[in-house]
Design a binder for this molecule. Sequence first.
Ligand SMILES: C=C(O[C@@H]1C=C(C(=O)O)C=C[C@H]1O)C(=O)O
Length: 90
Amino acid sequence: MTDVREGVDALDRELVSLLATRFGYMRAAARIKPSRDTVRDEDRKASVIAAAVEEARKAGIPEQVIADIWETLVEGSIAYEFDEWDRTRD
Ligand SMILES: C=C(O[C@@H]1C=C(C(=O)O)C=C[C@H]1O)C(=O)O
């Protein structure tokens, strides 16, 4: 069980590192988007979540869990992108 938990802890560190890279893309998006009303893109949000759910289906892991995680992730990313957009504009 110790090995299992060490594996989980190491994987969680990797996941947070990957998420840090993802949030970096949100900072880039905030820099690139010309107007505040383009930060939230519902069509793109739906497409990102659908793609994650499809990957979950192929991997044989619970699709609803992944849908819920991605809903939280994308909403958190949009909030972060709004903060970045506001912080970098007058
Ligand atoms: C990064 C973007 O901005 C937002 C963030 C998204 C995400 O976290 O994947 C998806 C849609 C956008 O509302 C984008 O438009 O691609």
